[in-house]
Design a protein around this ligand. Structure first.
Ligand code: 5RP
Length: 222
């Protein structure tokens, strides 16, 4: 049996060409893409300019000798490869299961070719079964929680190892269970209007290519 995340990640890495600026995603699927990019840098001598969506991915890239740059140098990205928690039939996404949604979204919005890599369990008819991550500032987070709850979801303050989870940006994450999200675009607008919200994990109209890995070894490129 094949590892669907590995084959999807490695396939995505094959889209990268010498001289490109590349966004590196976060999570267990992006991990395989970053490893493959590292191998291509080493073996083919690819000259890339990369930027990472989290401290974790930046550290991994540095270990693999992938050249990392900051926003002083990078204004636009040729290709970003990232994972997702859910992808609907219109290629809208829920992201942020790994807590990197804010940096991931900033990078997605300056990317020309946004490639999403998933296993087939994440390809769904409509979004919402996966709890929507919303990054909020620590100040008054309880009241931001109330406003989100009034939208009709159940919410959990994210924890890791029994401590409150803190993002790379020093914020909290509220995981919101909407069960089914009928209109992702309007929900995103509503959430953006709540004071204390930094960003939500809905990625609308961003994905250019979806790569789905399957245990059989088949890879679907859509
Ligand atoms: C991190 C993310 C990840 O891309 C998403 O959670 C998917 O992760 P994985 O590939 O480990 O299943 O959005 O913030």
């Amino acid at each position: 049996m094949n590892n669907p995340k590995k084959i999807a990640g490695e396939k995505a890495a094959s889209f990268i060409k010498d001289g490109m600026t590349v966004g590196l995603g976060t999570g267990s699927t992006a991990f395989f893409a970053i490893h493959k990019i590292g191998a291509r840098v080493k073996e083919e001598g690819l000259k890339l300019k990369c930027i990472a969506t989290s401290i974790e991915s930046e550290n991994l890239a540095k270990e693999l000798n992938i050249p990392i740059f900051g926003f002083e140098e990078i204004k636009e990205i040729d290709i970003t490869i990232d994972g997702a928690d859910e992808v609907d039939k219109n290629f809208n996404l829920i992201k942020g299961g790994g807590g990197a949604l804010l940096r991931e979204k900033i990078i997605a919005y300056i990317t020309k070719h946004y490639i999403i890599i998933v296993d087939e369990t994440k390809h769904v008819e409509s979004l919402g079964k996966f709890h929507l991550p919303v990054e909020v500032v620590q100040f008054g987070w309880q009241r931001t929680f109330d406003h989100l709850q009034n939208l009709g979801c159940e919410i959990k303050l994210r924890e890791k190892n029994k401590e409150v989870f803190i993002t790379d940006n020093g914020n909290y994450i509220l995981d919101c269970n909407f069960k089914k999200i009928e209109n992702p675009e309007s929900l995103q607008t509503t959430i953006h209007n709540i004071p204390g919200v930094v960003e939500c994990g809905l990625f609308i109209n961003r994905t250019n290519t979806l790569i789905i890995g399957k245990p059989s070894g088949e890879i679907e490129v859509l």
